[in-house]
Design a binder for this molecule. Structure first.
Ligand SMILES: [Cu+2]
Length: 173
């Protein structure tokens, strides 16, 4: 089994953390290595663009493997479900129930497209980028969306392209 960053932290916690607590060096190391938690709101209306209805906020999010994402049911009637055709092979899967706040630990790197089951064709689709390689990112662009989602999907990638370019550039340097 591959030891992930998260497992490494658990291991550290089980063995040496107590005796090392208080060491400023450890505190610093821990801060940079600790997995982060992120929130994505499920909303009836975009806070910055009121003409956009049924949205995830933010609709593009870049995180690192081992981080946790929580989809928060701020407005009722939404969920978050990954599209099996829009994720890396053997990637992390999730499917939330309507009105459910779900937390998912994103262990597997790659680009993930997800949607709200009742509002997918109304355009409630979004993009989650995990890690810096994003090997399947280009494949996701070509996935055909229906209804309003087609226009939203294009807009998402227009916004995501420069982000991904920067992520890859930073990872390479
Ligand atoms: Cu919805």
């Amino acid at each position: 089994m591959r030891i992930t960053r998260r497992d490494g932290l658990k291991y550290l916690g089980a063995t040496g953390l107590v005796t090392l607590a208080g060491s400023p060096l450890l505190a610093q190391t821990e801060e940079t290595a600790e997995p982060m938690e992120h929130m994505i709101e499920m909303l009836n209306q975009d806070p910055e663009n009121p003409r956009l209805r049924q949205v995830y906020n933010p609709r593009i999010l870049h995180i690192q493997p081992g981080d946790t994402v929580t989809w928060v049911s701020v407005d009722r009637g939404h969920n978050s479900e990954v599209d099996e055709d829009m994720m890396p092979e053997d990637g992390t899967m999730w499917e939330g129930a309507i009105n459910e706040d779900i937390s998912v630990v994103m262990e597997v790197e790659g680009a993930y497209g997800y949607f709200c089951t009742p509002h997918r064709t109304a355009g409630m689709v979004a993009l989650l980028l995990v890690g810096n390689e994003l090997a399947n990112y280009e494949d996701l662009k070509d996935v055909r969306q229906r209804g309003q989602a087609a226009r939203i999907w294009d807009a998402i990638f227009e916004e995501a392209d420069p982000m991904v370019e920067e992520i890859r550039a930073n990872a390479a340097s």
